[in-house]
Design a protein around this ligand. Structure first.
Ligand code: ADP
Ligand code: MG
Length: 220
């Protein structure tokens, strides 16, 4: 019965997610259709930028979910985090420079862990994206890789806007966002991926001081 309950929970969760995605995609879809209708067949170039950005939004929502919906593509291997983190940092370099954000990374330990590289990359990307978005006036993001007991620890801290206790408590709840352009899916995906790796996630935050995210992944 426990198994049945767990499966029911999963189905309910999948249903909620499906409804949420449908909702998230319907808004930009309506905008794009409206723009095309308004401008007619020949003049749609006028709304090109808006149409593209709305299509990007839909694309992002869908691609954030592909990683969860494709269990057959998941491959657990022995990997180290540092090279994955460096790839992700590379992706954020330009955006950081444009926004006066300093990115830095210290490696005290980089253990072999059993993980799916793409999923871990997704975790780092979602957290880094939040850190950068928390620094609208610039600032710094520092990453530390070290050991905590039998875990590889990855600490990501920013000196950005921080969170209220209410937001901190609801973090990881699907579609809960404080951002005009947010979808509230990033941290839910992070949580689920870390759970699947038998790891742990800890977040501390203070308004106007910053946020620190700790990820613990078991060392082989
Ligand atoms: P989104 O980024 O689309 O809003 P997330 O699940 O990534 O969704 O984050 C949920 C919410 O948690 C954000 O809207 C924001 O309020 C808060 N949050 C997450 N990371 C940070 C951070 N580093 N600094 C401040 N707030 C954050
Ligand atoms: Mg986010």
């Amino acid at each position: 019965t426990e198994e049945i309950l767990r499966n029911t929970e999963k189905l309910v969760f999948a249903g909620q997610i499906a409804v949420g995605i449908a909702h998230e995609i319907r808004n930009p879809l309506t905008t794009v259709k409206g723009m095309l209708q308004l401008s007619g067949k020949n003049t749609c170039l006028r709304h090109y930028d808006l149409i593209m950005s709305e299509l990007d939004r839909m694309n992002l929502i869908v691609s954030e979910f592909l990683i969860l919906g494709k269990p057959q593509a998941v491959q657990f291997r022995q990997e180290r985090c540092m090279p994955v983190m460096q790839e992700v940092l590379h992706l954020f370099e330009i955006q950081a420079a444009l926004n006066n954000i300093t990115l830095s990374c210290t490696t005290d330990a980089d253990h072999l862990i059993r993980c799916d590289r793409n999923q871990i990359k997704q975790v780092f990307m979602n957290i880094l994206k939040n850190a950068v978005e928390a620094l609208p006036l610039g600032g710094s993001v520092h990453i530390l890789l070290d050991t905590e007991g039998t875990y590889q620890r990855i600490r990501i801290s920013d000196n950005g806007v921080g969170m209220t206790d209410e937001v901190l408590q609801r973090i990881g709840e699907p579609f809960h966002t404080t951002k005009a352009e947010g979808n509230g899916l990033g941290m839910m995906i992070v949580k689920r991926i870390i759970e699947a790796h038998k790891g742990r996630l800890l977040i501390t935050s203070k308004m106007n001081e910053g946020t620190t995210v700790y990820i613990y992944l078991p060392i082989r």
